[in-house]
Ligand binder design. Structure first.
Ligand code: C2E
Ligand code: MG
Ligand code: MG
Length: 685
């Protein structure tokens, strides 16, 4: 902000300083000038008086002096007489030296005898005086020869004065008089100082008074400005907020939604808009009074805020209407999850001051960019959906488009069914063998893969329910069950002498981030009796990228237990090679998509090749999954792949079938045959 007092004080201080300096210089110059004029007049009168009294005696001598040899001049009687006359006339005055020149510029006389005979014909003062004018100047001398003695540090006024002949009024000779004005100059300096300091003091007092006034004015202006800003902020807040709940209001909603849509457009993510309308709020208001109604609205606002995600924005549009903007939606169904939570929390019993009431809410949802591409259409869509929810019997939500409704309902149903699946023993594990390529098809491991035997929908693969398990946190208990079941099964098969190999178990992100993973693995091994070297944990690449330091620490602990670690779906994430070096893992499982396309896509072939080189360079085992045909197998063998897994050898199998094939030795035979085929292919090539 512009600070008036600062600018004023600096500017006026500089101005005052300038005035004082100019004034003092001007005053002094003027005073010196008038001092010199005064002294010149005195010198002229003295010269004139001297000329009047004794000049007639000497004028002939002075006139003819040029004819006398300069060296003889000082010894002439006239000179001695002149010296005596001048001394007699000038004693007691401030005259310190007298010189007399004839018209030729010859120094005929000087009170300093050493200067007699000197030529002054070209001196400007002399020339001016010979032309009939007085010439004066003031000078400072450190050392000066005056009337037979030396004087020190003096200010002198020197005047060249013409002496006129009485006969024809022409110049007959030139006098030069030196007067000592040191005392006068000192006096003048003192008065200058007094005058200037007097003026300076007056100006400074004026300056102080004016500055004080300006500072005060400045403060008044500033405080008025602050008040204006505060009241503007207040007005703005009032304009954008609802006074009852403190939530942002309709005006704010439109602005924010517009911004969110623009962001969504940039990031490519969906934005959800939710319209909330309380069911039968009017009845509460009419029967219990407005105070109770207001209290209820506040309770609802708090509850909705509490269950919304951190990034969701809640608004009160007026009356019993609220809206929520949901940004960064991964799946449109996520909006339905929020709606469900809102419905559940709003419908809880609300305790007001004197009453207990239950109120429900109907919600409409529209999604950018699926349902509409601008604020107006999106709002209209959410509003229409809200009316559908009301028609559907209230206390529910409806989406603008039907498919979202269907998917959301499916998801909710699965979600609630998953809650009981573990208890109802609906999960099973299928096992898929891994074969050794250098070992000519020997079974060297198996992967445990989760399946859900759904009572209605039949056997479901993990991609249909794994994200729900992860989102709801159920993966922790289900994951532990998988680990325990796989270890127990492997131990049992080993006890029966059916195999002597590792079992691998997939670990998902929430399990890995859960602090108890290490102790669970430890306990499960102890409980099932399986040796640590027979357990392999498959960690996906993405899981290791976030919080790498911590991931390395957890992996170190797992390695200490003695289990195998592999990176699953390697190449699909973005792990830095820098870190890869520091992960204490044993195997890389190259992502199946590379295997799938490597025979048709040069790039995928090159990546597969590069990953194989990388694994060898880092001394890691290389596993290929999703191997479906002999050509892929040939390629992988050629690149030094250690283990392979895929439909070529076996699909993932239920326990009984896997066990049957183990007993019959068929798994082994299939794998060996497949490898024999590749050997043939290689031979043919
Ligand atoms: P994954 O760990 O990469 O498992 C390999 C997937 O590829 C399995 O799918 C398997 O059935 C499939 N597969 C095996 N051979 C072939 C083949 O030759 N061709 C093709 N096209 N596919 C093949 P699945 O069983 O559907 O599992 C999918 C993903 O679900 C797994 O990928 C894994 O990430 C996850 N998953 C499975 N079980 C569990 C579990 O118990 N816990 C956790 N956290 N995740 C699991
Ligand atoms: Mg896996
Ligand atoms: Mg995989």
């Amino acid at each position: 902000m512009f600070k008036l007092s600062r600018y004023y004080s600096v500017a006026s201080f500089i101005a005052i300083l300038a005035v004082i300096i100019v004034l003092s210089l001007y005053y002094r110059a003027n005073a010196v000038e008038s001092l010199m004029e005064h002294q010149t007049r005195t010198n002229v009168s003295l010269a004139q008086a001297f000329a009047n009294s004794v000049w007639s005696k000497y004028k002939a001598f002075v006139h003819q002096a040029s004819a006398i040899a300069p060296s003889e001049l000082p010894d002439r009687n006239e000179i001695k007489q002149l010296q005596a006359d001048i001394r007699a006339q000038m004693t007691g005055l401030n005259v310190v030296k007298v010189k007399i020149y004839n018209l030729d510029g010859l120094t005929v006389f000087s009170t300093d005898p050493s200067q007699i005979g000197a030529d002054k014909s070209s001196n400007s003062g002399f020339l001016k005086a010979r032309a009939g004018k007085v010439a004066s100047s003031i000078t400072f001398r450190n050392e000066f020869y005056a009337f037979e003695k030396v004087i020190i540090d003096r200010n002198l006024v020197t005047s060249y004065i013409p002496i006129f002949r009485q006969s024809d009024d022409t110049v007959g000779a030139v006098f030069e008089l030196y007067s000592d004005v040191t005392e006068l100059i000192d006096e003048l300096e003192r008065t200058t100082w007094h005058v200037v300091s007097g003026v300076a003091l007056a100006l400074l007092i004026l300056y102080a008074v004016l500055t004080a006034i300006v500072i005060r004015a400045d403060n008044i202006i500033r405080s008025q400005e602050d008040k204006r800003k505060a009241s503007e902020a207040k007005v703005r807040h009032q304009a954008y907020h609802d006074p009852l709940t403190g939530l942002p209001n309709r005006a704010s909603f439109c602005e924010r939604l517009d911004e969110a849509i623009k962001r969504g457009h940039r990031t490519g993510k969906s934005v959800g808009v939710m319209f909330l309308d309380l069911d039968r709020f009017k009845i509460v208001n009419d029967s219990l009074g407005h105070d109770a109604g207001d209290q209820l609205l506040k309770v609802v606002a708090k509850r909705v805020q509490a269950v919304a995600r951190e990034t969701d924005m809640l608004f009160r549009m007026g009356g019993d209407e609220f809206t929520i903007i949901l940004e960064d939606l991964r799946y449109a169904e996520d909006s339905a999850r929020v709606a469900k939570r809102v419905i559940d929390s709003v419908s809880q019993l609300a305790r007001l001051d004197q009453h207990e009431v239950t109120v429900t809410v109907s919600i409409g949802i529209a999604i950018y960019p699926k349902d509409a591409s601008d604020v107006e259409d999106l709002v209209r869509g959410a509003d229409a959906a809200m009316y559908r929810a009301k028609q559907a019997g209230r206390n529910t939500f409806a989406a603008y488009t039907e498919d979202l409704n269907v998917r959301a309902i499916e998801r909710f149903t699965l979600e609630s069914e998953l809650q009981h699946a573990l208890r109802n023993n609906e999960f099973v594990l299928h096992y898929q063998p891994k074969v050794s390529l250098p070992g000519n098809g020997a079974i060297i491991g198996m992967e445990a893969l989760l399946r859900w035997e759904h009572p209605r929908l039949g056997l479901l693969p993990p991609d249909q329910f794994l994200t729900i398990l992860e989102d709801t946190g159920l993966i922790l208990s289900v994951g532990e069950w998988v680990l325990r079941t796989a270890c127990r099964q492997n131990h049992a098969w080993q006890a029966q002498g059916l195999l002597h190999t590792r079992v691998s178990v997939n670990v998902s992100a929430p399990q890995f981030r859960d602090r108890s993973l290490v102790s669970i693995v430890h306990d499960v091994l102890e409980e099932t009796g399986l040796e640590a070297k027979f357990l392999e944990l498959e960690l996906t690449e993405s899981l290791l990228i976030e919080n790498t330091q911590e991931a390395i620490a957890i992996m170190d602990e797992l390695k200490n237990i003695g289990v195998f670690l592999s990176i699953d779906d390697f190449g699909s994430g973005y792990s830095s090679l820098n870190y890869l070096n520091r992960f204490p893992v044993d195997l890389l499982k190259i992502d199946q998509t590379f295997i799938k396309h490597m025979l048709t896509d040069r790039k995928d072939a090159e990546i597969t090749h590069a990953i194989a080189d990388l694994a060898h360079a880092l001394n890691l085992g290389l596993v290929a999954e999703g191997v479906e045909n002999n050509e892929q197998l040939t390629f992988l063998r050629a690149h030094g792949c250690d283990e392979a897994q895929g439909f070529l050898f076996s699909h993932p199998l239920p326990v009984e079938e896997f066990q049957r094939l183990l007993i019959e030795g068929k798994l082994q035979t299939t794998a060996e045959l497949a490898l024999a085929d590749t050997r043939d292919l290689t031979a043919e090539a």
